[in-house]
Design a protein around this ligand. Structure first.
Ligand code: SAH
Ligand code: DHB
Ligand code: MG
Length: 225
């Protein structure tokens, strides 16, 4: 059996056990497909991992960069207390429209603040408004800007906060590809910062799914020093 067949069968098995059908998430995915959005959300097992981590750290304020249809955001928002907040940033108006409807479908509209526009502009606006620090951030937008997003997230995190970056392996291209690929260069820059910045401790979890090899970077903002 090929490796990809094994990965696919194993994903089916694990999802069947641990990410069973959820009518809300099915409707959310259907709305994304109907609107023609790309199928680049976190996979169900990974989205559940973010939900579990957000719950485990007792996150009350979460930042997400790159909303798409709200699939990962719904998982993050489900982990929040009723008065918690997910601030999620999206540049594409169609994606934002679909996501808003999806947060409503999931009964989470009251916990989610979706900001339209380029994430760096939204970050500047949040800073100007004097936003409270975040407990967790999930970075999953244009990879070219990953180090800028990481810098902002670190500066606006509470000590001990968790920051997660998606797509840090890219089929191995981040290790072996060319810096001329802006996604590779941007991801490398963020990984270097995660490794070298004394305020941070970090690791990468490499993942396989139905047909892809990728990974997530987990970063903790050190506390108490
Ligand atoms: N986190 C989502 C998937 C995000 S896909 C999930 O797992 O469900 C990446 C998203 O980032 C796309 O919707 C894209 O429009 C958005 N994006 C790309 N560049 C951006 C930018 N500069 N600012 C904000 N959002 C951006
Ligand atoms: C792409 C973006 C993502 O965030 C992802 O998880 C997978 C693919 C993309 O732009 O192709
Ligand atoms: Mg991604």
């Amino acid at each position: 059996m090929s490796d990809t067949q094994l990965w696919s069968d194993s994903t089916d098995y694990m999802e069947g056990l641990l990410a069973p059908a959820d009518p809300v998430l099915d409707a959310v995915q259907q709305a994304a497909d109907d609107a023609g959005l790309p199928r680049i959300s976190l996979d169900p097992l990974q989205a559940r991992m973010l939900q579990i981590l957000a719950g485990a750290i007792g996150a009350r304020r979460i930042l997400e960069v790159g909303t798409l249809a709200g699939y990962s955001g719904i998982h993050l928002a489900r982990a929040l207390p009723a008065d918690g907040r997910l601030v999620t940033l999206e540049i594409d108006d169609l994606h934002a429209d679909v996501a808003l409807a999806n947060f409503g479908r999931a009964g989470l509209a009251g916990r989610v603040e979706l900001r339209r526009g380029a994430a760096l502009d939204s970050m500047a606006a949040l800073e100007a408004e004097g936003c409270e620090p975040f407990d967790m951030a999930f970075i999953d937008a244009d990879k070219l800007n990953n180090v800028n997003y990481l810098n902002w997230a670190v500066a606006h995190s509470r000590p001990g906060a968790l920051i997660v970056i998606d797509n840090v392996v890219r089929g191995g291209q981040v290790a072996t590809g060319s810096d001329e690929d802006p996604s590779v260069a941007g991801t490398r820059a963020a990984l270097r910062m995660a490794a070298e910045d004394g305020r941070l401790e970090a690791t990468v979890l490499q993942t396989v799914g139905r047909k892809n090899f990728d990974g997530l970077c987990f970063i903790r903002v050190r506390s108490g020093q």
